[in-house]
Design a protein around this ligand. Structure first.
Ligand code: NOJ
Ligand code: NOJ
Length: 712
């Protein structure tokens, strides 16, 4: 009997491993990808049948002269250009929101018609926009696109905007539909689906950011159980249609605590990669700390806006490389999952790089930097064709021209393709540390290193001056290295001599003006090495993808602390396993290969149960001075396990009705939790409320509310 059961287990493991060969590559392992950002309306018109649909007629401009109307690009168009994208080395496409958008025209200040061609004014999150799919709003063209992308080894990321529906004071007045049935609108909001607080005016006020409207867009109330359920069901529908990841719009403006449960709901359903738009200029932003606390804990990585500013300052303007180097090291100290930050040169909300500096050399250098440095690179469509339109400074909408053509011979196209191959093959690029080896205003030589694999990159951005490089050392093994780019950007060879402690001297050389050289070494066989885990938290049963090297082709084991996890699939570079049933907390995860060699460890948070958004309010809290905040702390990892630090406790809470404070936090379904409120003063000192712990049983579904008095 026992023998039979064992035999059955082996068969089912074999079956599931076999099955994985036919399933899609795992969304949770994203570090090796090169993302390409597409504004669907402006890429390629693959079907003319959807250009001027009846339910929203008049929003299409065949002459492409009104930049704020639809121009004809669609999902079929992206599908038709899939081999162009595969040749470019793109392994994931991020498409602008494909959901059914505003059907009416809203005139601009000068009376010109405008339309929601960009997709950020959803009316129905469960249907496909008629200008992008078909006139019946079905999923057919979307499904065809996903199938074609996957056949080409390309993952699909959907831009999802849970913060708002359409404009609240014109057009459809925020009207929201659930797969065609009307749910409610902003002007007659009897069910409380929206916040009614006016527009955000103070961009550093946490309450306004989350509870006021972003530029008149009807601000959804995610704490309402209907809205919560609707948004989670809609995003799951995209998962059912094969989507591998989501770019979450305006994460700084939706309710932060709710977003943890949103992410958890996605990961509970299936594997995915999530990154959000947390806009900020640089690491001195007053909410920079909130941004990395969010990225470290929510399950949602963020777009790396501070590095974007530095890239534009250094390559676009003439700032020295120390600006980039400074951001890289500061973020390394703050972001737990820094290799998951999504890096970029430009996007649809800022002037294109060539508008800022019309210098192709600088564009190539910035591209080479982004593709080889820390983080997942994202290329804005048309960059490889040197696309830009400089009207009025080239910002929105002039940064969204129609794709000018699909030639595959540009230097930028070749560069992206070659560096995409490197990122895929050498684990130092997706997973490795990033360190500066030589720097001045014009030259940056940096090294990526993952165990024995190394990539050394040298950029000289000066258009006329060469530099003599002496005193350079590297972790590359002794030998001569040719430029990985074969001279595409003027790169050269180097000779590495013998040194000690991972510092091998490089023979002096001259780095010519406006060149990039890439030298690399990929380690052979070695013990198992973990480079990535995704998601980074989950309750028992949630599937976890571990990526790295040397796992071997036959399955070994994965341990969370001392507990062995069930293996769902196993390849030499990627393992899928299941979060075991464990006491909630932070665990070190390790891989043991079939010959017993153990890997490095990587951190994973085991949640108590799936997450439910609960709004906690504490009345009449202890007095605070400027810079002091009330936080929530409690008995499980979701509540910080009684932590009293800024990063460990939940918060800061929000005081729109001071001295009452509230916060939405995601807590474990069905569990009875103990909690208290604390004051963390500006100087770090902590004041606990008195009395017994508060206790609350979290609902098993929907949303929850708790209101208590501060205990004196
Ligand atoms: C940020 C998007 O990137 C931007 O294009 C959009 O208009 C706003 N969020 C509102 O959705
Ligand atoms: C220590 C605090 O002093 C107390 O007030 C709180 O109730 C406990 N931590 C949690 O058990």
């Amino acid at each position: 009997m026992r023998k039979l059961a064992k035999c059955f287990t082996v068969v089912s493991i074999l079956l599931s491993i076999h099955f994985s060969l036919f399933s899609n590559a795992h969304g949770a392992d994203f570090k090796r990808e090169v993302i390409y950002q597409i504004m669907t309306d402006r890429f390629f018109d693959g079907s003319t049948a959807n250009n001027n649909p009846a339910q929203s007629s008049g929003l299409y401009d065949a002459t492409k002269s009104n930049w704020r109307l639809y121009w004809g690009g669609d999902l079929a168009g992206i599908q038709q250009k899939m081999s162009y994208l595969a040749g470019l080395g793109v392994t994931a496409i991020w498409i602008s929101p494909p959901v059914d958008n505003l059907n009416t025209n809203i005139p601009d200040g000068q009376g010109n018609p405008t339309a929601s061609y960009h997709g950020y004014q959803a009316r129905d999150f469960k249907r496909i926009e008629e200008h992008f799919g078909d006139v019946n709003n079905t999923w057919t063209d979307f499904d065809n696109l996903v199938t074609a992308a996957h056949q080409n080894g390309i993952k699909v990321i959907v831009d999802f905007a849970p913060n708002h529906s359409t404009q609240d004071n014109a057009g459809e007045y925020g009207a929201l539909y659930d797969n065609g049935s009307f749910l409610g609108n902003y002007t007659n909001d009897t069910n409380g689906y929206f916040h009614h607080n006016g527009n955000i005016s103070d961009w550093n006020d946490r309450y306004q950011l989350q509870y006021y409207a972003l530029f008149d867009l009807a601000d959804l109330n995610q704490e309402n159980a209907t809205v919560d359920g609707y948004l989670k069901a809609a995003v799951q529908l995209f998962q059912q249609h094969g989507v591998d990841g989501f770019r979450i719009d305006a994460v700084k403006h939706a309710t932060w605590g709710w977003e943890y449960s949103f992410a958890n709901s996605i990961y509970t359903y299936g594997d995915s990669f999530l990154f959000g738009e947390w806009y900020q200029g640089n690491t001195s932003d007053p909410l920079y700390h909130d941004s990395y606390k969010f990225a470290n804990k929510s399950g949602i990585s963020v777009l790396d806006f501070p590095l974007n500013t530095a890239i534009r300052d250094v390559f676009g303007s003439n700032n020295g490389f120390s600006e980039i180097d400074g951001v890289i090291s500061q973020e390394a100290g703050n972001f737990t999952w820094k290799e998951d930050l999504v890096t970029f040169i430009d996007n649809h909300d800022m002037a294109r790089f060539l508008t800022v500096n019309n210098n192709n050399n600088r564009l190539h250098e910035a591209l080479a930097f982004t593709l080889t440095s820390r983080g997942i690179p994202c290329i804005y469509y048309g960059t490889e064709q040197y696309l830009h339109n400089d009207t009025n400074g080239g910002g929105d909408p002039y940064n969204r021209p129609m794709m000018p053509g699909f030639g595959t011979t540009t230097t930028a196209y070749q560069l992206i393709s070659q560096l995409s191959t490197l990122r895929h093959n050498n684990p130092a690029v997706p997973y490795g540390s990033m360190g500066q080896r030589w720097i001045n205003n014009d030259v940056y030589i940096f090294e990526r290193k993952f165990f024995g694999s190394v990539a050394l990159v040298a950029i000289n951005k000066n258009d006329t001056s060469s530099y003599s490089i002496s005193g350079l050392s590297t972790a590359l093994p002794v030998g001569t290295y040719n430029d990985y780019l074969s001279g595409l950007l003027g790169g050269l060879s180097i000779t590495v001599t013998s040194g000690s402690g991972g510092n091998n001297p490089v023979t002096n050389f001259t780095l010519p003006a406006h060149t990039v050289s890439v030298w690399q070494f990929t380690e052979g066989s070695a013990p198992p090495e973990i480079g990535s885990i995704g998601p980074t938290s989950g309750q028992s049963g949630v599937k976890v993808t571990i990526a790295g090297r040397n796992f071997g082709s036959s399955a070994g084991s994965v341990k969370f602390g001392a507990t062995t996890a069930t293996i769902n699939s196993w390849t030499p570079t990627q393992i899928v396993c299941t979060t075991p049933s464990l006491t909630n907390g932070i665990y070190n995860v390790t891989v043991t290969n079939s010959s017993g060699q153990v890997s490095n460890s990587i951190q994973y948070t085991v949640l108590t149960a799936k997450l439910i958004p609960v709004t906690f309010t504490v009345y009449n809290a202890t007095p605070t001075q400027i810079g002091d905040y009330i936080f929530l702390t409690g008995s499980t990892v979701e509540l910080g396990n009684w932590s009293t630090t800024w990063d460990g406790a939940v918060g800061p809470m929000l005081p729109p009705n001071y001295p009452n404070w509230f916060l939405n936090a995601s807590v474990p379904a069905g569990q009875t939790i103990q909690f208290k409120f604390i004051k963390i003063a500006a100087n770090g000192s902590v004041t606990w409320e008195a009395g017994n712990n508060h206790q609350y049983t979290v609902p098993t579904s929907g949303t929850g509310y708790v209101n208590v008095n501060w205990q004196y």
